[in-house]
Structures are given as structure tokens and as C-alpha cells.
Write a protein that binds this ligand. Sequence first.
Ligand code: NAD
Ligand code: MN
Length: 498
Amino acid sequence: MSAVTTKAQWLQLADSLTVRGQAFIDGQYVDAASGATFECISPVDGRLLAHVSSCDSDDAQLAVASARASFESGVWSKMAPVKRKQVMIRFADLLETHGDELALLETLDMGKPVSDARGVDIPGAARALRWSGEAIDKIYDEIAPTADNEIGMITREPVGVVAAIVPWNFPLLMACWKLGPALASGNSVILKPSEKSPLTAIRIATLAVEAGIPPGVLNVLPGFGHTVGKALALHMDVDTLVFTGSTKIAKQLMIYAGESNMKRVWLEAGGKSPHIIFNDCPDLRQAAKAAASAIAFNQGEVCTAGSRLLVESAIKDELLALVVEELGNWKPGHPLDPQTTVGAVVDAQQLQTILRYVEQGRQQGAILACGGEQVLADTGGVYVAPAVFHGVTNEMTIAREEIFGPVLSVIEFDGMEEAVRIGNDTIYGLAAGVWTSDLSKAHKTAKALRTGMVWINHYDGGDMTAPFGGYKQSGNGRDKSLHAFDKYTEIKATWIAL
Ligand code: NAD
Ligand code: MN
């Protein structure tokens, strides 16, 4: 539970906060070898938060060497799972103990409402660490069904050195979806946060050591642009690369792996998820609430954002009016005000991207029902009002490209076949929502959608117990659930003749 409950208290805490910007290698905070830094500017009000180490290939070299040495030493990789479990749980506990500080860092760094950071991101990150830790002494290996004079053992071993490159929209949460299973299964990790949101990753490095994770097992390398991420992706001694971010960079990482040591590459990438509302929707008000939340939560900077609202034509006008009304509850405000539901977008560059898409939607003939303009400019921060376009066709740019901002495209359809055809007409395949009172139609639609997740009569469900990830150009492999361990382990078959 948070001890901080008012905007004034959050602002006071912000003023007294020490913000660290150094890399963390081999259990120590260090400057980049080059001494270079970049500025970390808050989108909340434009204030300078920190000078952050701008790591490059020299730092990657040091971090990979440290990770490799710690892995080979066995200090973590060969620790009994029950012991690793205890450390992971302590690590999770420390995230919670420092929950106010971490939530504040997240909000100042990337602009999300502090009540979301405190209520969603930090508890979710702690849960990912705890859940993975709790699982690790309950997963058994296998014995093959051999003939009587043989034994076939099928065992899982940690893969070795893991590089994790993560995005800025849920900085700590995305990091912990990787760190949980990666660390619990005994690997040594180099975490590369986004240059737009490096602060919480840097902060938790020392909490990991405090929890008992040995030096070298978790390294954190902030860096600007592609520099240090590319160095890790091309490194000959990184065994596995796990990534959450855009499809464009995801494809580049596959190339880097092919150009170097064929490291395993696991990708969680973009989305353009269809949220399908049939005429027989059980509750249009609930659907409208879900549709508003699916585009406005986290400023629309969500990979699973329900950015294409597919509505059956008979209910289109009614639903559109309800969605616009519901978006009245999603007005941008000061992120440190606990009542705020929509915060700042991550930076001025992202704001320009969003405004450009809004302009393109207009030019291509879509009708703007609300929002889409910059607001609260006098704060010095970057804010945009959630936008709804209707009269959108699936061929328009705003329906095809991931905007990663609060811009909703309402597209009409008639019948299940057309809903599925439009829903699947995208390079992405991350998630989908379906609202209907017809059980068979719900199942048929869910089966026909080429997406890793489908939500029936709600949007954006799930927790650590269910896998998260996409089909097609939304990526491969899954975060969360026991399936996530596939990314962090090699399978060994040991065959014994008796
Ligand atoms: P991005 O691809 O621009 O950057 C992601 C990370 O890759 C950052 O840390 C960045 O510094 C690094 N990077 C950039 N260029 C690189 C290079 N050449 N080599 C190595 N690393 C490089 O994505 P973003 O803007 O940070 O995040 C938004 C994207 O993330 C959206 O496309 C969104 O859909 C996706 N996302 C996906 C999921 C999911 O689970 N599927 C979750 C959240 C976000
Ligand atoms: Mn930032």
C-alpha cells in the first residue's frame, strides 16, 4: 500500500528524490566507459531528471564478461532452485517496499498516471518476479518412455547469458516479465532499458543485489538509440536475446543474430488489435467502457491497445456515442494527481507522431468524433486528448499502422465473416476482443482470429498465469506463465545404456 495519497505529497516526494543514471555492471554503479551521458527529460513538465550513462559496445563487453563469469562460476546458475526462489521472492518484496519511489520514477520518466504506476506497474512487476521464483522449485524434468535397458533423461538447463532489451511504455513491468523467468531459471542477464525510460531499471539493480542476487548476475546498461542494444544483439557471447518493442527493431534483431552467433531471439513486438462488437453484444455500455479504456489507458501506449474498433453496422451510431461519452472519463491531467487517468505521452517526438497520424486520418477522409489535439501545453509537458475516428476503412493508414498513442479507428462491418476478415487483415496478430451473446459465435470468432490472445466480452484480461504474446509480425514465444521458461532454458536429452 502506498503511504503517499495526494498530489502535493507526490510532488514533495519528487523534489526529495535522488535519481541515479549510471549503468550497473558486476554489482557496481559505474559511468559509461566513454564517460558519455544523455539527458533524461520528464514529459510531465519538461524538467531534467538525470544525466544517464550512454553505454556503447565497450560497456557491453564488460557487462557480458561479468555475466559470463558469474554464470560459469555457478554462484547463481547452480544454486538450488529452492534457494533461488527465496532470493526472487525477496527481490519482489523489495520492489514492493520501494513501491512509491519506483512508481514515482516511472511516472516522472515516461508520464503515466502515478496511480497506474503504483497500482498496476509496480505490483505487476513484483508479481512477475515472485510468480517465477515460486514456480522454479516446482517444475520437474522428464524421463523418456524407453526400453528396459536404457534411460532417457530430458532435462532443462539455463541457456547462459541473456540480453533483455525492453521498451518504454511499461518499463519496469516489461523488464520483470523477462527478469522473472530468466533469473529464476539460473541465467545471468544484461538488461537494456529504453533511452526514454531508463530510471527504474537502473534503480532495481541494487535491490537485486540486496535481495541476494550475486554481482554480475544482473547488469543494467542504459544507452541512447541503437548503440548498446545493437552491440548486445551482435555479441558473440550472448546466448539468448529477448526483446519487447517495435516490429521494425524486432526484425533487425533477427538479422543481428544471423550475422553473429545465431543466438536465440524471442520477440514481443507491435499490434493493431481488432476489438469486435457484434449486434448481439450483451451490454453496449460495458463494451463502450472497455473500448475507451482499450485506447486511452496508458495514453494508448499499449501493445495490445484495441486500436481498431470493429462495430456491426446496426449498433454503430449508438456505440460510437457511448464511446465518446466514456472518453469523458479519460481527460489528460497532471500525472502526479492520483485522480488522473491519462498522463503525458512519453516525449515530444511521440506527441508529434500522434498528431501526424491524426492529420493523416483527416486527410484520408476519416471523421474525427473527438480529441486528437495537444492539450496542457502550458505545463511544459506533452499531452494529447484521446481521439476517436469513425468512417474509417481498414485500408487507411490509421487502421494499418501501430500509432502507439490514443487514436481509435471505428470500422463498420456486417456479419462474422467480415469481422474476421477485417480483424485478420493486418501484419500483426497480438490480441483481439469479441463481444457477443452467442456462445458459438464467440468461439468461432476466437478460433478464426490469428492472434495470441482473445478476450470475450471484456478487453485486456489475463495475469501471470496465462501466456502473453503474438502471432505473425507481433512476435514469437510467450512472456508470462510456465511457457515463458521455454525462452530461458535449453533442453538436453541424456541417453544412458544400462
Ligand atoms: P523500439 O523498438 O523503438 O525500442 C525497443 C528497445 O529497443 C529500446 O530499448 C530501444 O532502445 C532498443 N533499440 C532500438 N534500436 C535498436 C537496435 N537497432 N538494436 C538493438 N536495440 C535497439 O520500441 P519502443 O518505441 O521502445 O516501444 C514501443 C513498441 O513496443 C511498440 O511497437 C509496442 O507495440 C511494442 N510493445 C510490445 C509489447 C508486447 O509484449 N508485444 C509490449 C509493450 C510494447
Ligand atoms: Mn523519460
